[in-house]
Design a protein. Sequence first.
Length: 107
Amino acid sequence: GILVEGKEGLTNLKEIVKVEGIDLIYLGIFDICQSIGKPGQIDHPEVLEEIKRCCNLIQSNGIAAGSMCTDIEGIKMLKELGYNFIAYLNDSAAIKFHFDSILNELN
């Protein structure tokens, strides 16, 4: 699999999906937001349109579409849009979340 981020990656996605041997394209969802001028606005209509466009383009070429979200609503949204591979949080955020919950229990 490969990671596609930023305006350049989105612009070249039509060519990227033609590369033989790619089985997964993982989209940097927050980078997509930033690239189209909507930083952090995952549920903005323009962001949703771009995320859906990418998913359709990727899957129409027989490749799995993947991305990451930081909450359950984001996971549901990506699933509804048809994404095959969905990551929840990243390692540093998951570790922070875990230790925050422990500290909250101690206080």
